[in-house]
Ligand binder design. Structure first.
Ligand SMILES: *[C@@H]1O[C@H](CO)[C@@H](O)[C@H](O)[C@H]1NC(C)=O
Length: 215
């Protein structure tokens, strides 16, 4: 083999090597660059040039890299003081799911009852023989849940559907308008006697853990 042939062969091999794709394909993780699905690690997929969770698979591998609120997603907005005791106020409530944890309290929706004024939804008083509830401010959501039915489940297995008629005010309290009562917590389902009876619960308990969802 002549020197010139050897040289041209070497140049040919060198050019061939340069034109080849790199042998080691770099695998991208969350938010790493990608052009195709194969550029991304594991079950990640390529969205807009970045590796991310596959919404179809519903994975949450990349979620930690993007800041997100705690699952409750609701922090106090301020404090109010009733008779020397300080209470948080809330504009929001925990996220509503198919099984939303809440505290059931008892309310008297009749005129002159402990519920204060008439119900927020319709400006009327209601019979406590109907399964009706007031919801914390965030869940009341400016009245968008008025007249809708929610399903309340007790830990004893009993459940009842009740109508939303009122707000349990998480923003205000400690004043005459609220009969000196503290602001409502952000996770309250304030139910009529009928709700407590249907669930087989004793009102004397005052507060009972329940779960609820839209009915
Ligand atoms: C609700 O309040 C009204 C007015 O004070 C009272 O007559 C009624 O007995 C109360 N209902 C219950 C179940 O306590």
């Amino acid at each position: 083999m002549g020197k010139s042939r050897l040289l041209s062969l070497l140049i040919y091999l060198l050019l061939k090597l340069i034109s080849l794709p790199p042998l080691v394909v770099s695998i991208s993780y969350c938010n790493g660059p990608c052009r195709t699905l194969n550029d991304c690690n594991g079950r990640l997929i390529c969205i807009n040039g970045k590796c991310n969770d596959d919404p179809y698979l519903g994975t949450h591998i990349c979620q930690e890299t993007t800041p997100s609120l705690p699952s409750s997603g609701c922090e106090p907005s301020g404090t109010l003081t009733c008779e020397g005791e300080s209470y948080p106020t809330y504009e929001c409530s925990p996220t509503v799911t198919s099984s939303t944890p809440a505290k059931l309290t008892n309310n008297n929706f009749s005129q002159g009852g402990d519920g204060g004024g008439p119900s927020e939804c319709d400006g009327k008083y209601h019979s406590n023989e109907n399964p009706i509830v007031a919801l914390s401010t965030g869940w009341y959501n400016g009245g968008t849940r008025c007249n809708q039915m929610i399903r309340i489940r007790a830990s004893n297995g009993q459940s009842v559907d009740a109508k939303v008629v009122d707000e349990c005010d998480s923003r205000h309290g400690c004043d005459a308008e609220h009969a000196g009562q503290r602001p409502c917590e952000n996770n309250i389902v304030d139910g009529s006697d009928a709700v407590w009876d249907a669930l087989g619960l004793n009102k004397e308990e005052g507060v009972v853990d329940i779960t609820w969802s839209m009915a």
